[in-house]
Write a protein that binds this ligand. Structure first.
Ligand SMILES: C[S@@+](CC[C@H](N)C(=O)[O-])C[C@H]1O[C@@H](n2cnc3c(N)ncnc32)[C@H](O)[C@@H]1O
Length: 395
């Protein structure tokens, strides 16, 4: 995963073989300099890309997180580092596993209610945080397009490769809708969402929005004044600890204008046996996903983790109402991390936490939103009550 432009610098990526998109195919130069790209012509529709996480920033952030995580007791690695191209591919396979019900359930809720969501919030801009492959998002795009107001899709993810592929696929599938992709960390770069109003208008605070709302339109001047629907699907909110969730929701709420809305997908508390099975499938795909973080550290920080030396663990923590994924060291071992000049010594059976996935109730979702200045406008679940979608607006 590489970035070639400084943070926040917009870049346009050509998608070959289609007619120009009026909103984006206006600039005759290709600023990316990528040797393997098709020649840029004014006949080529574009996606615009904002990179808030350049290769250097990604490296620095990964190094800082891994130094903190590998030297803490117990050890803990942030889940965002699962997601390089391989991690995203493995997650995509997880979503199709029989044990992993959340994606199917969320898909069912979206199928049943996308038209209602679009009627309540007929947004000109659909932003998707932690967008991944944006597959379920097509249900929202279809419903919003049918209102006749949608003109822009803004996928936002830490995994650039998957983000750009998904963005190009959406651009092809939705003629007339522009795609403005953002490579960033939603815990750090929310203040740079396209279409955000300047801090002076919103009273935007620090925290995750501390990157500042200045230049929040990506320098394009497009979309200002658009009504925005921010989708945060897949239960990804549950990967944040309670304090981080609060800061994230507050940063989002601080930059909302009247008419903007958050569509939040959250997994609900249920029988722990179903929960654990969803994170410990019989085919071992979640185990491979869990170990992928070690591959990322090996490749990007010159570590020598032996992936066979770590076993996948999934456990339900009733007190905190979350699933924990961990990696258990199957023997006493030492792991060197060259870029950190660090040697991590693991005891046999020592467990390192790699992800939490919090499970909610409808009331706990509403309470966390209220604490961040957002009120529930609508809440839906699938018929079995497994997964919830909540539409929330500024209080
Ligand atoms: C659980 S997956 C959900 C993907 C998709 N939204 C879905 O519903 O299937 C989490 C997604 O969020 C992205 N992600 C995780 N942490 C992130 C962060 N801090 N900033 C931006 N994206 C992040 C991952 O790359 C991944 O695509």
């Amino acid at each position: 995963m590489t970035s070639r432009t400084p943070a926040t610098a917009p870049e346009t990526i050509p998608v070959p073989g289609r007619q120009p998109h009026p909103a984006t195919a206006t600039n005759g130069s290709d600023p990316s300099g990528r040797p393997d790209k098709p020649a840029r012509t004014d006949q080529t529709p574009q996606i615009t890309v904002d990179r808030h996480l350049t290769a250097a920033e990604r490296h620095a952030s990964l190094a800082a997180d891994m130094r903190a995580g590998l030297t803490s007791h117990p050890r803990e690695l942030p889940p965002k580092w699962f997601y390089d191209a391989t991690g995203s591919l493995l997650f995509d396979r997880i979503t199709r596993l029989p044990e992993y019900y959340p994606t199917r359930r969320e898909h069912a809720v979206l199928t049943a209610h996308a038209a209602e969501i679009a009627a309540v919030c007929p947004a000109g801009t659909l932003i998707e945080l932690g967008s991944g492959t944006s597959e379920k998002t097509r249900l929202l795009l279809d419903a919003l397009r049918a209102t006749g107001v949608l003109r822009r899709f803004v996928p936002f993810d830490v995994d650039e490769e998957t983000l750009l592929q998904a963005g190009q696929d959406i651009l092809r599938a939705y003629p007339g809708i522009s795609v403005h992709a953002v490579v960033g960390d939603f815990e750090r770069h929310l203040g740079l969402l396209p279409g955000a109003r300047p801090a002076a208008d919103t009273g935007a605070a620090a925290g995750a929005g501390a990157a500042g709302a200045a230049g929040a339109d990506g320098g394009h001047g497009e979309g200002r004044g658009d009504r925005r629907l921010v989708a945060f699907l897949g239960g990804t909110i549950g990967n944040l600890r309670p304090a981080a969730r609060g800061a994230f929701l507050r940063a989002l709420s601080d930059q909302f204008a009247d008419g903007d809305a958050l569509l939040l997908g959250a997994d609900l508390v249920k029988d722990p046996r179903r929960l654990v099975a969803a994170y410990d499938d019989s085919a071992g795909v979640t185990a491979a996903f869990n170990r992928n973080v070690l591959s990322v550290i090996n490749r990007e920080l010159g570590a020598d983790f032996d992936l066979r030396g770590f076993a996948h663990v999934a456990a339900w923590d009733a007190e905190n109402s979350w699933i924990e994924m961990r990696l258990r060291s199957v023997r006493e071992q030492e792991v060197g991390v060259r870029a950190l000049d660090l040697v991590a010594r693991f005891d046999a059976d020592e467990q390192m936490r790699t992800e939490i996935s919090a499970k909610f109730t409808l009331d706990s979702i509403a309470a966390e939103l209220a604490a961040a200045g957002l009120s529930v406008s609508h809440q839906w679940t699938d018929p079995d009550g497994d997964f919830a979608l909540t539409l929330a607006v500024p209080s």
